[in-house]
Design a protein around this ligand. Structure first.
Ligand SMILES: Cc1cc2nc3c(=O)[nH]c(=O)nc-3n(C[C@H](O)[C@H](O)[C@H](O)COP(=O)(O)OP(=O)(O)OC[C@H]3O[C@@H](n4cnc5c(N)ncnc54)[C@H](O)[C@@H]3O)c2cc1C
Length: 427
């Protein structure tokens, strides 16, 4: 899949590119495709040599915010063909199940896909490799950044054939949570503790009610389960960290016991586990400035959320799209790159920071706060409130939209009505 050096574009390998991207995961591959389609010459560097490498530590439920980017990338037909499952879900709360459904006679609920990373990552990477203007360089690990008068102008990479330098007008860090690019460019990192740990595994023969995803909000513990491509169901538990020492003593036994105790528990004992039980016991949330002179960060490199919300893949794709839209005209038309980067930074902050603030607070492993109680209770009792919550969970609206006066007023009315009618019905 790696293009032979010096072919394709007719340029020698160390010639300058418009963009060098470190990391050919979701964010990097998407950014490469979207920038090259807009006319940029892109070097896409991936430290792993295997074109089919994929991120193991992920439960790969792509929320509906990902769909427009998957569509622009042209990946939807291939995902459908690969058996990716359109993601509907219902959520258990102490008020009962929240089951978002389309309004009668209204449009379908927006969706994206549950699809294993072993399917998704090679697909998007090969799509990038086939995009004219993208040079995918596998086995290329970013080990340094080149700087000139405080501005990043390229990267130093370790390759199977030795070290080399690649210069570009823009260096993109798409290299995940522990971003080497961010570190090498001394971009400050803010880490926020996560009060939960997580373990998950893949199963066959694990049917879910209605064939759709389920999530359990147990305050503070969490669990979720999603059907994926090829009949594989992923099942994840995210307990409070206080339970970790006891949980670890017998990982398999604890995992099974946790699942068995869930309300309307999936039938784990009759299912076949087809992966190891994989986990992360310390997964801080990370926030970085998404730009610096000559640099942009996308995906987890810029902002790593809490895995609990299953939004990182969608944001990896969205941030790639926002970046390409902001900087491509400057890169290819000789415009002001710094202004374009500032514009990307503003979009990134406006769209993701409010979500991250909420996630950081919820990651303290606390029960619902009063506002959340209001909204979740209403969503369990009222179809319109459930749809509203679905839009928020899909990251199609932000916290301000979620807590806008009209839906809040509706939630209050729903809950009051429930209180008044409850005793009446009981009587
Ligand atoms: C337990 C867990 C469960 C999750 N579940 C979900 C979920 O259900 N839904 C969801 O949307 N999100 C989920 N996420 C988050 C999601 O996995 C990430 O947000 C997403 O993978 C970010 O994509 P990325 O492209 O930014 O980074 P990555 O997918 O991490 O890709 C980074 C790439 O950069 C490469 N790289 C790293 N360093 C270098 C270097 N120095 N040089 C060159 N290349 C380099 C890596 O090899 C990799 O290919 C989960 C995360 C965790 C931890």
């Amino acid at each position: 899949m790696t293009q032979p050096e010096g072919t394709g574009t007719g340029r020698r390998p160390d010639d300058a590119y418009d963009v060098v991207i470190g990391g050919a995961g979701l964010a990097g591959s998407a950014a490469a495709i979207l920038l090259a389609r807009r006319g940029a010459r892109v070097a896409l560097l991936e430290r792993r040599p295997d074109p089919d490498a994929y991120k193991v530590l992920c439960t790969h439920a792509l929320t509906a915010c990902a769909y427009p980017v998957l569509d622009e990338l042209g990946l939807v037909p291939a995902l459908e063909k690969a058996g990716a499952v359109r993601n509907e879900a219902r959520w258990y709360t102490r008020w009962g199940w929240i089951a978002p459904r389309a309004a009668p006679g209204g449009p379908d609920l927006p969706y994206a896909y549950n699809v294993r990373r072993s399917t998704l990552d090679p697909l998007i990477r090969s799509h990038a490799a086939q995009t004219p203007g993208v040079e995918l360089l596998l086995g290329h690990k970013v080990t340094g950044v080149l700087q000139d008068a405080g501005r990043t102008t390229g990267v130093r990479v370790e390759t199977p054939d030795g070290e080399r330098e690649l210069r570009a007008r823009l260096v993109v860090g798409a290299d995940g949570k522990d971003s080497a690019v961010a570190k090498l460019a001394a971009i400050p990192t803010r880490r926020h503790g996560n009060g939960r740990f997580g373990y998950f595994a893949h199963f066959r023969d694990l049917p879910l009610p209605g064939g759709i995803g389920q999530a359990w909000f147990l305050e503070p513990d969490m669990a979720y389960s999603f059907p994926n491509d090829d009949g594989v169901t992923v099942l994840a538990v995210l307990p409070d960290k206080k339970r970790l020492p006891e949980f670890r003593e017998d990982l398999e036994g604890s995992f099974h016991a946790f699942v068995r105790a869930l309300p309307d528990a999936p039938p784990i004992d009759s299912a076949r586990r087809v992966s190891k039980i994989i986990g992360t016991v310390d997964h801080p949330l990370v926030t970085r400035d998404p730009t610096a002179p000559g640099i942009a960060l996308v995906g987890d490199a810029a902002l790593t959320g809490d895995p609990l919300w299953g939004v990182g893949c969608g944001w990896a794709l969205q941030t790639a799209q926002w970046l390409a839209e902001a900087v491509a005209p400057a890169l290819t038309g000789g415009g002001d790159l710094d202004r374009a980067l500032a514009s990307y930074g503003r979009t990134h902050g406006r769209r993701l920071r409010p979500h991250q603030r909420l996630a950081v607070d919820f990651a303290r492993s606390r029960p619902f706060n009063p506002l959340e109680r209001l909204m979740f209770a209403a969503a369990a009792r009222d179809a319109a409130s459930a749809r509203h919550m679905y839009l928020f969970a899909s990251r199609l609206i932000g916290p301000l939209g979620f807590l806008a006066p009209a839906p809040m007023a509706r939630a209050v009315a729903v809950n009051i009505r429930h209180r008044v009618r409850g005793p009446r019905r009981a009587g």
